[in-house]
Design a protein around this ligand. Structure first.
Ligand code: SER
Ligand code: ZN
Length: 544
């Protein structure tokens, strides 16, 4: 970044430039800062700031890329409307907001919504669009365009369809409509992240936009739909309401991952989506919590914020939103979100602001719950039980192992969803949520005719590790009879793991109870086919 000239209120100044930035004397009142800089996008191989990918100019400014474009108070709580003029002989010139002027060799864009610099974007290149017009629930006509290189023309139909469904869904489920006259998405081949939610101009790693039936797998389509939705949902949870500082990253990412999971669950199989999310959480976030890089959802310090775009901030952050929703109920959640959008629109917020909204909307005290944001590590919940004279008692203990820098852990607020089944397979207690808040607690169920089989942590209601001794008969029983699809799958999975290991180490034959339970899942027409396919899939070598 080379400074060519700088002026304050029209008077040239000579600032001091250090690696930390630029400093100079400023008036003790509002003033106009004017500067010209020179940069070399072709030489920018960090893919942060303005760079080139396959002959196309593009940007990535989150978290701190804008400072590689010009001198600016590059922090998320500095929000401003942007007006951008691009001069170039390339045919397509894009930036944030609405197009306001276009002529030979230039284009001007105006973004009326105040935003932090990390949401700035610019694209210039030879691109073609797949387009559609969309009318929002508020009656606004929006031009939707997905821009790709000419060689990729025809591969953006699914992305466009996903975008339209995302826009409708956010209107219906969260009451959030789009707020500009155009929405542009550009597919870029060289991109550090999956995609980026720049206001009105999302930039995507092309693998999450381009698909053709000849080469794309079901998983590719699922990912495109999910990431298109994720970036679109950021328009409200990220752009209209942003983060005060980067410690609050999960404020936008945890919430937006939670929203895109809800969307995928609505578009596809909710059970399969939940199971896949938990598999990813265990494979990535639990490992993070269990290793030297364990950190809380809201980190306390960082030297490089780019290293905090982690499974903990994103996926565990999303789990915290899911727990909150379970604690206050779907209606309380919706009321709280309405209040969040009305109270904080146009602001740069904190986790405290977010929790305060839930407290104000529902009257619930969330002091204890807040610990989830500051305490790293995966809690273990140990369960033992006894049954006497029709009374069934669960003894519950929780403990979070020490993580680097956090030796002492306090108990967490854990919503534990559970149900009870009678020995004939009927559900005697439908899903009920008990809240663990202490290191040790008991849950007592009276008036039972026989010792029930518990189905614990239904829907994976909290990001914890459940420790309970259970027999393989009991797991086969749950695989066959549990009404909770997550636990049905979970029971089958742990049984399969155990049986496969026995088959390998002892040459044992597969247990008949397991095979029968699998057959009953396969034959159950009431279950979603995608769920049945997933439940019949064996654990991979990695997991074994
Ligand atoms: N903010 C971006 C996203 O998560 C960074 O990848 O969508
Ligand atoms: Zn995101």
């Amino acid at each position: 970044l080379t400074l060519i000239s700088a002026a304050i209120d029209g008077h040239p100044v000579t600032p001091e430039i250090t690696p930390a930035g630029l400093s100079c004397e400023v008036p003790d009142a509002p003033f106009l800062w004017d500067c010209e800089v020179e940069i070399a996008p072709k030489e920018n191989t960090a893919l942060e700031g303005l760079y080139m990918s396959n002959g196309m100019y593009c940007t990535q400014c989150e978290a701190e890329g804008f400072r590689k474009i010009t001198f600016y108070p590059d922090r998320p709580d500095v929000m401003a409307p942007f007006r951008v003029r691009i001069e170039s002989d390339l045919p397509v010139l894009l930036s944030n907001g609405n197009p306001v002027a276009r002529g030979t060799g230039f284009a001007e864009w105006d973004d009326p919504w105040p935003k932090p610099s990390y949401l700035f974007a610019l694209v210039a290149g030879e691109l073609v669009a797949t387009s559609e017009r969309y009318t929002t629930s508020e009656g606004r006509e929006v031009d939707l365009n997905i821009w790709v290189r000419p060689a990729d023309q025809g591969k953006a139909d699914y992305a466009l369809d996903s975008l339209i469904r995302s826009m409708r869904w956010d209107e219906e489920v969260y009451g959030r409509a789009y707020d500009l006259d155009v929405f542009n998405i550009v597919a870029v081949d060289d991109f550090n992240m999956g995609a980026m939610e720049n206001k009105g101009l999302n930039i995507f790693n092309s693998r999450y936009v381009l698909a053709s039936p000849e080469t794309a797998t079901d998983r590719d389509y699922e990912n495109i739909e999910r990431i298109i939705a994720h970036e679109y949902f950021h328009n409200w949870t990220g752009d209209r309401i942003t983060c005060r500082d980067w410690f609050q990253l999960s404020l936008k990412e945890g919430l937006t991952v939670f929203r895109d999971s809800q969307f995928s669950a609505d578009m596809r199989s909710a059970a399969v989506k939940r199971i896949e999310d938990v598999m990813t959480l265990r494979a990535r976030q639990f490992r993070e919590d269990n290793g030297p890089l364990a950190h809380p959802v809201r980190p306390e310090s960082y030297t490089e914020i780019n290293n905090f775009y982690t499974a903990t901030v994103y996926e565990k952050g999303a789990e915290l939103i899911g727990m909150l929703r379970r604690l206050v109920g779907p209606e309380g959640y919706r009321t709280a979100l309405d209040l969040y959008f009305s109270r904080h629109d146009g602001q740069a917020c904190t986790i405290e602001d977010w929790l305060q909204v839930f407290e104000d909307a529902t009257g619930r005290d969330l002091t204890g719950f807040k610990r989830w944001y500051s305490q790293a590590g995966t809690p273990r919940v140990k369960v033992t039980e006894d049954f006497k004279d029709g009374t069934y008692t669960l003894h519950l203990e929780q403990e979070t192992p020490a993580t680097p820098g956090q030796d002492e852990k306090a108990p967490q607020v854990i919503p534990l969803a559970l149900g009870l089944l009678s020995p004939n397979g009927d559900e005697v207690l439908p899903t009920t949520v008990i809240e663990l808040t202490e290191a040790r607690q008991e849950a007592v169920f009276e008036g039972l005719g026989a010792k029930p089989v518990p189905s614990l942590l239904r829907g994976f209601s909290a990001p914890v590790i459940l420790e309970r001794d259970s027999s393989s008969e009991e797991r086969a029983f749950l695989l066959a009879h549990d009404t909770d699809p997550f636990n049905k799958w979970e029971a089958g999975r742990s049984l399969a793991r155990e049986i496969l290991i026995e088959m390998v180490t002892e040459g044992a034959a597969p247990a008949p109870a397991w095979l029968e339970a699998l057959a009953s899942v396969a034959r159950d027409e009431a279950l979603d086919p995608a769920f049945r396919a997933l439940a019949l899939r064996l654990p991979g070598e990695d997991e074994l």
